[in-house]
Design a protein around this ligand. Structure first.
Ligand code: MSP
Length: 636
C-alpha cells in the first residue's frame, strides 16, 4: 500500500476546541478516511501544542502545575475528537519525552553556521506566539488577535532564516504543489520576495518549554518546537528500529493541513529548518480558510466561539461534520449560523437522505415483507438507466472534487452536492415508478425490481458518504441488512457498483436524522407575536395561473400543480385534492407565496405555496375574479 502521511496543526490548550479548530480536524479526517478507502496506508497525526505563554497562564489561573493541566486537557481534547469520529493514528503532546528527544536531536542536526546568539527587541503577540513587524499592526494591535502586543527585549539563539530566501524561492518554483491553494502561495511568495528576518529559536524570559541543549537557561521557542511534532510523530530522533522504519516509510509528509494564519510558519520557517538539517521537505501544505461567526474569525482570544459540545450531544457528530463541509470550499472562509445549521440539517439530512432511506424501507416492508431479491431480469428501463448512470458517475466527481493537486482546492461542498444528486434522482425514480400504483395492480416483480434498485442505490450512497458521515453510513448499512454479509469497516470504493447488493432482509429502522423541531418557545412566538409591516412585506405574494393540475399517486390529499408566475413555470404541491378536482383548477388565477424556499413534500419538489382558507366546513383556494390581471403581479 502507498503510504500517506497527513497532519493537522497541533492546538494550543489554553481552551477547548471550537468550530474553527474543529473544521480543520474534521476536514483532515474526511481526507484520511477517503484516502484509506482509496487503498492508501494513511498515518494521520494530530496533537496539542503545550509550550506557549497562554497555556502556562491558564494553568496558573487554575492553580495547577502546567504539565498536569496539559495532561488533563489532552483527555478533554481526545474525548471531543473521538465524539466527532476523528480517526487519527497518533496524538502527540509536545511535553512528551519522545518529543523532547526529537527536538534536541534536530537542533544538533542543524548546520552550526545557521544558529547564532544575539539580542533582539520587538513587538511580541502572545496569541500568535510570534514577533510582529510594525507593518503587521493595525491600530497598534495584532490584526488577528485584536490585542496589543508586548515590547520584548531578549538575548536569544537565532536561526538565520534570512540566508534561505533564494533557496526557498527556488524550491517553490520547482515545486508548484508545495503551497495550496494559489492565494496562499501568492501570499508566501510575496512575503519571501520582500526579504526574510532571522528568527529567535529560544526564549530566556520564560521557563515552560524544552530546555535548549547548548544553554539550559533558555527554552526552545514554541513555534520551533511545535513544527517538529511532525517529525517526532513518525519516529525522528528516537532510537529503536520500529521508529526508524516508520520514519523511512512516512517521511516526508504528504500533506500538512493548517489554517491560513499559520501558513507562513509552515511554508517559510519549516522548509528552511528542514533544509538546514538536511531532511526531505513535505510535499504539500494546504492553508485552509476560517470559520467565522457573524463575519469575525472564531477564536478563543476574541471570545466569539461555538464549540462542538454545543452541537454534537444534541444533533450528532455527522450533522456537524456535514454542515462544516457543505457550505464552502476548504480554501475559503465560511460563516456559522444556527439558522443555517438547522435549515441544512432539516432539508439535506432529515428530508433528503433520511427520508429516502425511510420511505424505501417502509415500502419494502409494506409491499415485499422486507425481502429484497436481486432481479433475475437484467433488462433496464430508461429510469433504471438514469439512476444507474448517476450512481456510477458520482465516485469520479467525488474524486475530482477532493483532488487538491489538480484543482488547487479541496471542494468538499462539490463532492457532497454530487452525492446529493443521487438522492434527488432516486426520489424522482420512486415517484415516477410509483410502487404504490404497481401494488394496486399487483405487479410484484416490478415492485421487487424498483425497490431492489433503490436499495442498491442506498448501498452505494452508504459507501460514498462514509468518509464524510461515518455514523450515518454505518446506520444505513445496518438498516439495509448488509452488516452480516459485509462488515461496514471493510468498505472501499471498489464496492461502488450497480446490482451488487446481495439478497437481503430489511425492517423499518429508526430515522437516522430526526427532524429538528423549533422549540415550544419559538412556536409560541410564531403564533402570538405581532408583526410589523416590514415583516409582512418579506412575504412575496404574486398572482399565478394554474397551467396543469394532477393527483399525486399514493398521496390522497395532494395535487401537483404547474403554475406560471410572470413567465416562470413552477411546480407547487398543494394539499387541496379532497376539495378540488384537478380539471376545475386549470386556467385559474390564484395567489402564491413566491419566495418560499423549495421543499419536498412526499418526495415531490414544491417551490411556493398556494393561498387558501380552511375551516371545519371545507377549504377554499383564493381565486382572483378579474381574469385580466397579469401573472407575476404583486399582491399587497
Ligand atoms: N499551535 C499552533 C499551531 C502549531 S502547528 C505546528 C496554533 N494553534 S491554534 O490552536 O491557535 O490553532 C490550531 C489550528 O486551528 C490552526 O491551523 C488554526 O489556523 C486553526 N484555526 C483556529 N481558528 C480557526 C478558525 N476560526 N477557523 C478555521 N481554523 C482556525 O496555531
Amino acid at each position: 500500500m502507498k503510504p500517506f502521511y497527513l497532519t493537522t496543526a497541533i492546538d494550543y490548550v489554553n481552551s477547548l476546541p471550537h468550530l474553527g479548530t474543529t473544521y480543520e480536524k474534521v476536514s483532515a479526517d474526511v481526507l484520511a478516511r477517503f484516502l484509506r478507502m482509496e487503498g492508501y496506508e494513511v498515518y494521520f497525526q494530530m496533537g496539542n501544542d503545550e509550550h506557549s505563554a497562554g497555556v502556562q497562564k491558564e494553568a496558573e489561573k487554575q492553580n495547577l502545575p502546567v504539565k498536569k493541566y496539559c495532561d488533563g486537557m489532552r483527555k478533554k481534547f481526545e474525548a471531543i475528537w473521538k465524539s466527532l469520529d476523528i480517526s487519527y493514528d497518533n496524538f502527540i503532546q509536545t511535553s512528551e519525552s519522545r518529543h523532547h528527544d526529537c527536538v534536541k536531536n534536530f537542533l544538533k542536526a542543524l548546520k552550526p553556521e545557521d544558529v547564532e546568539k544575539k539580542p533582539y527587541e520587538g513587538w511580541y503577540c502572545e496569541g500568535c506566539e510570534a514577533f510582529l513587524m510594525e507593518k503587521d499592526l493595525v491600530d497598534k494591535k495584532c490584526a488577528n488577535h485584536k490585542r496589543e502586543p508586548k515590547w520584548l527585549h531578549e538575548e536569544n539563539y537565532y536561526f538565520l532564516l534570512s540566508k534561505y530566501q533564494q533557496k526557498l524561492l527556488d524550491f517553490y518554483e520547482k515545486n508548484p504543489n508545495f503551497i495550496v491553494p494559489a492565494i496562499r502561495r501568492n501570499e508566501v511568495l510575496n512575503l519571501v520576495r520582500s526579504g526574510l528576518q532571522d528568527i529567535s529559536i529560544s526564549r530566556s524570559s520564560f521557563t515552560w518549554g524544552i530546555p535548549f541543549p547548548e544553554d539550559p537557561s533558555h527554552v526552545v521557542y514554541v513555534w520551533f518546537d511545535a513544527l517538529l511534532n511532525y517529525l517526532t510523530a513518525v519516529g525522528y530522533g528516537q532510537e529503536n528500529s520500529e521508529n526508524k522504519k516508520r520514519f523511512e516509510k512516512f517521511w516526508p509528509a504528504s500533506l500538512h493541513i493548517v489554517g491560513k494564519d499559520i501558513t507562513r510558519f509552515h511554508c517559510v520557517i519549516w522548509p528552511a529548518m528542514l533544509m538546514s538539517a538536511n531532511l526531505p521537505l513535505p510535499k504539500t501544505v494546504f492553508g485552509h480558510g476560517f470559520v467565522s461567526l457573524k463575519g469575525e474569525k472564531m477564536s478563543k482570544t476574541l471570545g466569539n466561539i461555538v464549540t462542538p459540545l454545543d452541537i454534537v450531544p444534541h444533533y450528532g457528530s455527522d450533522a456537524l461534520r456535514y454542515y462544516l463541509l457543505r457550505e464552502s470550499s476548504f480554501g475559503s472562509d465560511g460563516d456559522f449560523t444556527w439558522e443555517n445549521f438547522i435549515k441544512r440539517y432539516n432539508s439535506d439530512l432529515a428530508n433528503d437522505l433520511g427520508n429516502l432511506l425511510n420511505r424505501t424501507l417502509g415500502m419494502s416492508t409494506k409491499y415485499l415483507g422486507g425481502k429484497i431479491i436481486k432481479p433475475s431480469n437484467t433488462e433496464l428501463s430508461d429510469e433504471d438507466r438514469r439512476l444507474k448512470k448517476i450512481v456510477l458517475e458520482t465516485l469520479s466527481k467525488v474524486r475530482e472534487s477532493l483532488d487538491y493537486l489538480k484543482s488547487g482546492d479541496v471542494n468538499f461542498h462539490l463532492a457532497l452536492s454530487a452525492i446529493w444528486e443521487i438522492i434527488s434522482t432516486a426520489d424522482k425514480y420512486i415517484d415516477t415508478s410509483a410502487p404504490w400504483k404497481l401494488a394496486k395492480e399487483e405487479k410484484k416483480s416490478d415492485i421487487q425490481r424498483i425497490l431492489y434498485n433503490v436499495l442498491d442505490t442506498l448501498r452505494n450512497l452508504a459507501i460514498l458518504v462514509a468518509p464524510f458521515m461515518p455514523q450515518a453510513s454505518q446506520k444505513i448499512w445496518q438498516q439495509l441488512g448488509l452488516s452480516k454479509i459485509l462488515p461496514w469497516e471493510k468498505q472501499c470504493f471498489e464496492n461502488i457498483a450497480w446490482e451488487k447488493t446481495p439478497d437481503t432482509f430489511v425492517g423499518i429502522g429508526q430515522p437516522i436524522f430526526p427532524r429538528i423541531e423549533t422549540t415550544q418557545k419559538e412556536k409560541a412566538m410564531e403564533t402570538n407575536d405581532l408583526i410589523d409591516i416590514t415583516d409582512f412585506l418579506k412575504t412575496d405574494l404574486r398572482v399565478a395561473e394554474i397551467k396543469l393540475a394532477e393527483k399525486i399517486e399514493g398521496a390522497d390529499k395532494l395535487l401537483r400543480l404547474q403554475v406560471e408566475v410572470g413567465g416562470e413555470l413552477r411546480q407547487i404541491v398543494a394539499g387541496i385534492a379532497l376539495h378540488y378536482k384537478p380539471e376545475e383548477l386549470i386556467g385559474k388565477k390564484v395567489v402564491v407565496v413566491a419566495n418560499l424556499k423549495p421543499a419536498k413534500i412526499r418526495g415531490v419538489e414544491s417551490h411556493g405555496m398556494l393561498l387558501a382558507a380552511s375551516d371545519a366546513n371545507g377549504l377554499s383556494v383564493l381565486i382572483l375574479d378579474k381574469i385580466e390581471i397579469s401573472t407575476g403581479a404583486k399582491v399587497k
